[in-house]
Design a binder for this molecule. Structure first.
Ligand SMILES: *Cc1c(COP(=O)(O)O)cnc(C)c1O
Length: 426
């Protein structure tokens, strides 16, 4: 029988500990695991048998979280990583090689734009940024060297919903995987795999953990992509020299990408999630649906209130009727447009600085998706490394403040915003 989301967010991947009966998933604070005998060790190292060797590769606590997230996303498997940015590199790693490119949306988390436009060049990879509402431009940006298409479902810093169905139709036709960063939406609000995504990445630092305690990331594989259909993905389809010529896709089928992520990605890149972090995220994820419902309810009320405020130029929340993306909510994220949006202040840069400095309940921090309400002035912080054009394209101009609505009482949040807006315009 197929369990519902609320049941799966608590139980998927977990079972009472067989040795002790511990009901909650123990934190397996161990680096290594004793082999039954030398043959067992050899079988594990040859990938002939699945089991625990060393916690850089797999750990029982982390494995529960990976299976939980894979289940909630409707994927075949998942690999947890040390951060969301690590997950992005891990997602691209099996697909890319020097000279290859990823076609990415201009509307991404600021750090992702920096990672893709600067840092990945050191590996000989590149990114081509395009407006994902311009489908012809997306098609035109894909060339023979493109190995992935990358976007966010609900784009950070907010208000933009990607038409995943239209984008996945393009990546499918080109025979390349679509990677969707589902951090802002979470699997409760959006299921990218149902809309054609091949891979889903998360910064588990945000809503999945939900309490602002640990960084983490995850790559979920839909298991649906045929890596052997072309010669574009040799790491998955061709013999792997580091495993005696094993072919991942032929050997592991729908789990090829996940096994590659562990056996090559985590083994050699080492961007592993630790069991403590997995524990905090497992605790958080149990209440994901409850929190997301409140995040959405508060965001709808507060975005509507802000839209009518004298000091506010505009509010970019897709849950508002005024948003050009409101029409996509029903299809892409039917339970709501999330808890993240931006506001532009009529007073520009100076008003934004006064506004963030005067808030009392809201904290000015470089984080989002916490139970606590948070703000950030992106242009002077997270999007500081971007050119003015990139800032505008990402929805993070100097007059813009990003707001991550928490799960406190909406009336208290509104009162706080009101007094800070008054201070900002005085
Ligand atoms: C935070 C964030 C990231 C990066 O995740 P880290 O855990 O901070 O490395 C990537 N994408 C989105 C949408 C994010 O919000």
């Amino acid at each position: 029988m197929a369990y519902g989301f609320n049941t799966l967010q608590i139980h998927a991947g977990a079972a009472p500990d067989p040795t002790t009966g511990a009901r909650n998933t123990p934190i397996y604070q161990t680096t290594a695991y004793v082999f039954r005998d030398a043959d067992h060790a050899a079988a594990l190292f040859n990938l002939q048998e699945v089991g625990y060797i060393y916690s850089r590769l797999t750990n029982p606590t982390v494995a529960v979280l990976a299976e939980r997230i894979a289940t909630l996303e409707g994927g075949q498997g998942a690999v947890c990583c040390s951060s969301g940015h690590a997950a992005q590199l891990m997602a691209l790693f099996p697909l890319m090689s020097p000279g290859k490119n990823v076609v990415a949306s201009t509307r991404l988390y600021g750090g992702t734009i920096t990672q893709f436009s600067q840092t990945i060049k050191r590996f000989g990879w590149s990114a081509t940024f395009v407006d994902f509402d311009d489908l012809d431009a997306v098609k035109a940006a894909i060339n023979d060297d493109t190995r992935a298409v990358f976007c966010e479902s609900i784009a950070n810093p907010g208000g933009y919903i990607t038409d995943l169905d239209a984008i996945s139709a393009i990546s499918d036709a080109a025979g390349i995987p679509l990677i969707v960063d589902n951090t802002s939406a979470t699997p409760y609000l959006c299921n990218p795999i149902e809309h054609g995504a091949t891979l889903v990445v998360h910064s588990t630092t945000k809503y999945l953990t939900g309490n602002g305690t640990v960084t983490g990331g995850c790559v979920v594989d839909s298991g649906k992509f045929d890596w052997s259909a072309s010669d574009k993905f040799p790491s998955l389809s061709q013999p792997e020299p580091a495993y005696h010529g094993l072919k991942f896709h032929e050997t592991f089928g729908a789990l090829a990408y996940t096994f590659h992520g562990i056996a090559i990605g985590l083994r050699d890149l080492g961007m592993t999630m630790n069991p403590q972090a997995a524990h905090y995220t497992l605790m958080g994820i149990e209440t994901l649906s409850l929190r997301m419902e409140r995040h959405v309810q508060n965001a709808e009320e507060i975005a509507g209130w802000l839209e009518g405020h004298d000091a506010v130029d505009y509010v970019t929340y897709a849950g508002l009727k005024s948003s050009p993306y409101n029409g996509r909510v029903e299809r892409i994220c039917p339970k709501g447009a999330g808890g993240l949006f931006t506001i532009a202040l009529k007073g520009g840069y100076d008003a934004c600085i006064k506004f963030v400095d005067n808030l009392e309940i809201f904290s000015h921090v470089a984080n989002l998706g916490d139970t606590r309400s948070l703000v950030i002035h992106s242009a002077s912080t997270t999007h500081r490394q971007l050119s003015p054009e990139q800032q505008e394209a990402a929805g993070a101009g100097p007059n813009v403040v990003r707001i991550s609505i928490g799960i406190e009482d909406a009336a208290d949040l509104i009162a706080d915003l009101d007094q800070a807006l008054k201070a900002a315009s005085s």
